[in-house]
Write a protein that binds this ligand. Structure first.
Ligand code: FES
Length: 116
């Protein structure tokens, strides 16, 4: 098992907060903490610079792809000009169903979150 990575104080991660920690985007999605690999499967944008939408999905800052943070799968393909490319969004959904974003468990100990 990899070593635990300190993510920060529990008090800092209120719902909707997202931060970059090591190779992970760590956030609070509607009260549930998550940690997913921070490079978008599309063009490698830093997902830690994205946002968490009302449904709790992680939204890529560059082209708006959305990820289910529990599964690491893309649930909405890249938007804007990329949304006009037939099959592109579907292809990324298939890709991430096979190769979802890596995930780490987030645990709280003594008022601090750690990625395990
Ligand atoms: S880099 Fe993330 S949607 Fe394009």
């Amino acid at each position: 098992m990899p070593d635990a990575i300190e993510a920060g104080p529990v008090a800092d991660f209120t719902p909707g907060v997202l931060a970059g920690v090591d190779r992970f985007a760590v956030g609070n999605s509607n009260g549930e903490m998550f940690a997913v690999a921070r490079r978008c499967r599309h063009l490698m944008a830093d997902l830690a610079d994205g946002s968490i939408d009302d449904a709790g999905c992680l939204t890529c800052p560059w082209h708006g792809a959305k990820y289910d943070v529990e599964t690491g799968k893309m649930v909405l393909g890249p938007q804007g000009v990329f949304a006009k490319i037939p099959g592109l969004g579907a292809a990324f959904k298939v890709l991430t169903s096979i190769l979802p974003l890596g995930r780490r468990k987030v645990v709280a100990r003594d008022g601090t979150y750690y990625l395990e």
